[in-house]
Design a binder for this molecule. Structure first.
Ligand code: FAD
Ligand code: NAP
Length: 310
């Protein structure tokens, strides 16, 4: 039986493994369905990880993380987890795709969240080359330039306000004339001179060339068309929380989730189920940054160690 099973090998999972094994846990396995590193490996540039002064790709930043964790004994299993359950005797069961089952004394879930895609033509082609889902990460690359933001929820409006501090102009494109975002945020948007609202409109196409995005073509409900010559578009059409592994056969989650599907944790990354921890983007109130996910992972690793030892 494993001392600890870690599900997801992004910044949170890898850091959890490092802290748990270095702290003395012997049988620790990290289950990652793809290559370790997490969603940051899809980013061409990261420049806000503390202590790393040079700008580098997400792939380069994450390259040494698995090696460091495995040096202290963490095992990496390239498997997709389909479900985590807890038996009446307190043992966790980790079900892998293909009918395999692993037992563990404790579990840290670090499966992250996935920005929802809009399905617009050009979105996939130019992702990371002008199409972004992270203003904190990529906004600075558009300093004093015009950008477009898509969406009408809290994320889109808050990120548009963030971008308006950096960019010369922000076009906020939303498919309706009413926002899903909270009224106080909508007021701030309406009172910001740098933000132009383009309502009742959809993006038909994101276009560009080998160097990246050159513009977006939009049309409104009456059929009027417009071509915005912007080098970047930020797509915020909602997030999918990767919480599927917590769903039980009866359709209920193993632990408490928020209304949005994020895992409810306390400051020690403890969920409502003893021995089950959650860390990184999938937890409530996550700041959705690499350094924050790593910090969560460290906390969860230390707590799992304490849980197993006691
Ligand atoms: P993730 O990184 O999402 O990792 C979760 C892992 O779990 C994934 O590897 C996934 O394959 C795995 N997984 C999911 N389900 C299963 C399953 N069932 N079984 C097995 N494995 C599973 N942050 C910054 O700080 N600075 C930046 O500049 C920055 N830029 C970004 C640019 C882009 C394009 C994106 C998308 C994000 C960016 N971020 C940035 C945000 C940062 O990447 C995330 O906050 C961080 O990666 C969250 O880490 P995590 O470990 O919680 O989850
Ligand atoms: P969201 O609330 O689901 O909003 C997504 C927005 O994208 C909606 O305006 C939606 O339009 C639009 N949209 C969806 N699919 C689209 C498509 N294919 N093309 C164009 N537009 C599309 O998502 P979110 O903003 O990421 O927020 C998620 C949750 O987190 C929400 O509950 C939110 O309140 C919360 N949140 C809270 C805060 C805060 O409290 N400060 C901050 C951020 C997020 P429609 O409106 O027409 O459906």
């Amino acid at each position: 039986m494993l001392d600890l099973a870690i599900i997801g090998g992004g910044p949170a999972g890898l850091t959890a493994g490092l802290y748990a094994t270095r702290g003395g846990l012997k049988d620790v396995s990290m289950f990652e369905k793809g290559m370790p590193g997490g969603q940051i490996t899809s980013s061409s540039e990261i420049e806000n990880y503390p202590g790393v002064a040079s700008v580098m790709s997400g792939m380069d930043l994450m390259e040494s993380w698995p090696e460091q964790a495995m040096r202290f004994g963490m095992k990496h299993s390239m498997e997709e987890v389909s479900r985590v359950s807890k038996r009446a005797d307190g043992v966790f069961e980790i079900f892998l795709l293909g009918d395999k089952k692993i037992e563990a004394k404790s579990v840290i879930v670090c499966t992250g969240s996935t920005p929802r895609s809009s399905g617009i033509k050009g979105e996939d082609e130019f992702f990371g080359k002008g199409v972004s889902t992270c203003a904190t990460c990529d906004g600075f690359f558009y300093k004093n330039k015009e950008v477009a933001v898509l969406g009408g929820g809290d994320t889109a409006l808050e990120e548009a306000l963030y971008l308006a501090n950096i960019c010369s102009k922000v076009y906020l494109i939303h498919r309706r004339d009413e926002f899903r975002a909270s009224p106080v945020t909508v007021d701030k948007i309406r009172n910001n001179d740098k933000i132009e609202l383009i309502l009742n409109s959809v993006v038909d196409e994101i276009y560009g060339d080998v160097s990246g995005v050159n513009g977006v073509k939009i049309s409104d409900k009456t059929g009027n068309k417009r071509d915005l010559k912007v080098p970047g578009i930020f797509v915020f059409v909602g997030m999918n929380v990767n919480n599927e592994v917590l769903m039980q056969e009866n359709g209920k989650p193993l632990c408490d989730l928020s209304e949005n599907g994020n895992v409810v944790v306390d400051l020690k990354m403890k969920t409502s189920v003893p021995g089950l921890f959650a860390a990184g983007d999938l937890r409530i109130d996550a700041s959705k940054q690499v350094v924050c996910a790593a910090g969560d992972g460290a906390t969860a690793g230390i707590q799992a160690l304490e849980y197993v030892n006691n």
